[in-house]
Design a binder for this molecule. Structure first.
Ligand code: GLN
Length: 446
C-alpha cells in the first residue's frame, strides 16, 4: 500500500509506470503474508516489484512502449514473471520504456518520455527508463529491465542505481518481447548490489522454452558479497577513457579507482583494440535481428490493425505504418537493407566477424585482469529533447555498453557520484559467469 500510494502520488510527474496492477498487488501481498506466517518465505516474498513492459504478463497489458501493442494482453507469462510470482514477489505494475527497447532516453515510447527524478528536465536513460525512474523515486524497491546494448546499465547510471546485465543465456528470454535476440538479456535494477544478487537468484536458471538458455547448476549470486578485494586485478580499458568522455565524469572515476585501490585492488591499463567498431557493428546486427523479429507485427496476429483495409497488402502496410514509431521504422529499414541479397556479405557478415574480434579482445583482457572498470556512459543525463533529432549522437551514448552485449559477457553499473548535480555510473565488466564477483566488487565499493 505504501508503494501504491507513492505511485499514485508521484507517477504523474515522472511517467514511469504505465500500468498499475493494484488489485493483483494486494492479492499477492496477502498471499505473501500467509507465506510469512507459515514460515515459507523466500528472500523475495512480499517484495513489491515493477516490471519493464517488455515482459509478457498474463491478463495484464503488455505494450513494449508501442502503439502496435497498446491493447495487447498476453495469454501467458514470461518465465521471468513466473519466477517472481513463484518466489512470492508482488507485482505493482509495468514500467514505461523506449518503443520495442530501441532507444537510450525513453523518448521513443508511444507513452511519452520518462522524467529523471533527480532533475525533471533530464532524461531517465533508456530503454529501461521507466524502471530506473520509478526505482530512483522509490515507487518500488526493485524493478526489472532488459539490456540489448546498455538498456539496464545506462538508465541505472543516469538515475543513480545498480543495474546488472547477466551473461547472455543466464535469464530466460521466453515471453520477453524480442528486439535483437542474440543480444537481449534481462536483469535486475536495484539500489544496491545485495538486492541485485537476490533478484538475480530468482531470475536466473535454465528454461527449456528458450533455446539459448544455459544449462548450468544454479548458484547463489550473493555468495561473494563479503569477500575482500585484496589482490583483485582491475583493468582499465584505454579505449574507454579517451575522446568523448566528459572530463568531470573521468575525474569522478579516478576517485572511484582510488577507493578500489585502498580496498586492495591493483590497477593496470588494458587494450581493447577493436572497441571502436562496436557501435557500427551493433547498428547492423541489432537492426537486422529486429527487422526479422518485428515482422510478426503485421496487423493480423498481434495488436494494432488499421481501419478498413482495402486488401491484404493495404492491411500490412497501414497497420505497420500507423502502429510503429519513427525509430522502430528506421531500424527495420536499416535491418532489411543490411540483410538484402547483395548486401548481406558486405554488412551483416562483416559485422558478425567484427563481433568475434570484439569478444576476442575481452578474452585477451581477462587473461590479465579479473574485472574491467569503465564509465557506464560518456556524460551524465542530457536534457529531454536535446538529442531526439540526432539519432547518431543518441547511438553514441551507448559507446561503453554495447561491446559487452556483442561479447555476451556480464556487466553492471553502480552509482559513482554526481556531475553537474546529475548522477553518473561506473561500469564493472567481467568474464562469462562472473556475476558473483562483479557483485562482490560492487558491494565492497558501495
Ligand atoms: N540504446 C540501444 C539501442 O537503441 C540499446 C537499447 C537496449 O539495450 N535495448 O539499441
Amino acid at each position: 500500500r505504501h508503494f501504491l500510494a507513492r505511485i499514485q502520488k508521484y507517477n504523474a510527474q515522472l511517467n514511469s509506470v504505465i500500468t498499475l496492477t493494484e488489485e493483483l498487488a494486494l492479492q499477492q501481498a496477502e498471499a505473501a503474508d500467509k507465506c510469512l506466517q507459515q514460515g515459507q518465505a523466500t528472500a523475495l516474498t512480499g517484495i513489491p516489484v515493477l516490471h519493464k513492459d517488455i515482459f509478457c504478463t498474463q491478463g495484464i497489458k503488455t505494450t513494449c512502449g508501442s502503439k502496435m501493442l497498446d491493447n495487447f494482453i498476453a495469454p501467458y507469462n514470461a518465465t521471468v514473471i513466473d519466477k517472481f510470482n513463484q518466489a512470492g514477489a508482488v507485482t505493482l505494475g509495468k514500467t514505461n520504456m523506449d518503443e520495442f527497447a530501441m532507444g537510450s532516453s525513453n523518448e521513443t515510447s508511444y507513452y511519452g518520455a520518462v522524467k529523471n527524478p533527480w532533475d525533471l528536465n533530464a532524461v531517465s536513460g533508456g530503454s529501461s527508463g521507466g524502471s530506473a525512474a520509478a526505482l530512483a523515486a522509490r515507487l518500488a524497491p526493485a524493478t526489472t529491465g532488459t539490456d540489448t546494448g546498455g538498456s539496464i546499465r545506462q538508465p541505472a547510471a543516469l538515475c543513480n542505481l545498480v543495474g546488472l546485465k547477466p551473461t547472455y543465456g543466464t535469464v530466460s528470454r521466453y515471453g520477453m518481447i524480442a528486439y535483437a535476440s542474440s543480444l537481449d538479456q534481462a536483469g535486475p535494477m536495484t539500489r544496491n548490489a545485495e538486492d541485485a544478487g537476490l533478484l538475480l537468484n530468482t531470475m536466473a536458471g535454465f528454461d527449456p522454452k528458450d533455446s539459448t538458455s544455459l544449462e548450468r547448476p544454479s548458484e547463489d549470486y550473493t555468495r561473494h558479497l563479503h569477500d575482500s578485494l585484496k589482490g583483485l586485478r582491475l583493468g582499465l580499458p584505454k579505449q574507454f577513457f579517451g575522446e568523448g568522455l566528459n572530463a568531470d565524469v573521468a575525474k569522478r572515476l579516478e576517485q572511484a579507482i582510488d577507493v578500489l585501490k585502498e580496498l586492495g585492488a591493483t590497477v593496470k591499463t588494458v587494450d581493447l583494440p577493436n572497441n571502436h567498431l562496436s557501435v557500427p557493428a551493433y547498428y547492423i546486427i541489432a537492426p537486422a535481428e529486429c527487422s526479422s523479429n518485428l515482422s510478426r507485427f503485421d496487423g493480423v496476429r498481434f495488436g494494432y490493425r488499421c481501419a478498413e483495409p482495402s486488401d491484404l497488402m493495404d492491411l500490412y502496410k497501414r497497420s505497420r505504418g500507423e502502429g510503429f514509431g519513427t525509430e522502430v521504422k528506421r531500424r527495420i529499414m536499416i535491418g532489411t537493407y543490411a540483410l538484402s541479397a547483395g548486401y548481406y556479405d558486405a554488412y551483416y557478415l562483416k559485422a558478425q566477424q567484427i563481433r568475434r574480434l570484439i569478444s576476442n579482445d575481452f578474452k585477451q583482457a581477462f587473461q590479465e585482469v579479473d574485472v574491467l572498470l569503465s564509465p557506464t556512459a560518456p556524460t551524465p543525463a542530457f536534457n529531454i529533447g536535446e538529442k531526439v533529432d540526432d539519432p547518431v549522437t543518441m547511438y553514441l551514448s551507448d559507446i561503453y555498453t554495447i561491446a559487452i552485449n556483442l561479447a555476451g559477457i556480464p556487466a553492471m553499473s553502480i552509482p559513482a557520484g554526481f556531475v553537474q548535480n546529475r548522477p553518473i555510473g561506473l561500469q564493472l565488466i567481467g568474464n562469462y559467469f562472473s556475476e558473483a564477483r562483479l557483485l562482490n566488487v560492487a558491494h565492497q565499493y558501495q
